[in-house]
Design a protein around this ligand. Sequence first.
Ligand SMILES: [Mg+2]
Length: 329
Amino acid sequence: MNQIDNINILIVDDRPENLLVLESVLENMNCNIVKALAGNQALSLLLDYDFALVLLDVQMPDMDGFETAELMRSSARTRYIPVIFVTAISKEQKCIFKGYEVGAVDYLFKPIEPVILQSKVRVFIDLYNQKKIVEEQSELLKLKVEELLELREANSRLENLSICDALTGISNRRHFDKYLETTYKSRRRSGKPLSLIMADIDYFKRYNDNYGHIKGDESIIEVAKAMASSVRRPTDLVTRYGGEEFAIVLAETDKDGAITVAEKVRKKINELALRNEYSNVAPYITISLGVATILPSDDCSIEDFINRADKALYKAKESGRNNTISYEE
Ligand SMILES: [Mg+2]
């Protein structure tokens, strides 16, 4: 491509002396003048250059100015390049309208008046420059929008990483701590009870020792999935608390409600029937759950709250596993 940084103007006329006249008039306009002696030559130059404007002689042998312009309009690359027809025919003649039909944008009449030609050409140079600026700005804007979208995606990935457990995809311990603190604080304002379930896979050490850690991870994922699917309120949070330990925050849930949820989760894990022939409770994976509930009036720290659920879980383990125990004073 013969692309030149300057603004390119194509002048087309079958007579070399006319081209010279046009060229001399446009000499000081700070643009690159390209000349063609025929419509065919003009069309081939249009493929090589990016023109701001075409000055097109109407009367030419073989292919006249109108035909040339018509062919320009039929190509996507040259369709919007402005054309000024240069003609010796008087303004009153009908063929002026023929030119407008094929998309002419202006007319100049021979003999050329330099001042008129220059002022018309200047208008098109300005238009061309403005078009280029708009194109550049829209390109820049597109890049900025793309950058912004990428950044947003990276941010949300980071955010997910910071709140999700890598193995199971459910909430991680860090997020749990924050969430529990928030719901703990809002409990007094809402006047609603708050419950916490601590759960633990029974005989998981034996499972890991016998089936291996990869199988162990797989079953943790299955248990996490089953838990997450049985706790569906948006204000409840299922967390991987530690290795095979899980915690469920139940906002606005009393003791009975929490026990119901815990039992639902326990039964769901039973139904998974993930084989564990090394368990003393059942031939498949089971969990034990401890439930603690605090009321808005209770004076109990977050730490004590977690300890209560832990104690209840310990009792559930003590009393045979695969069951739910609620904390009692
Ligand atoms: Mg001619």
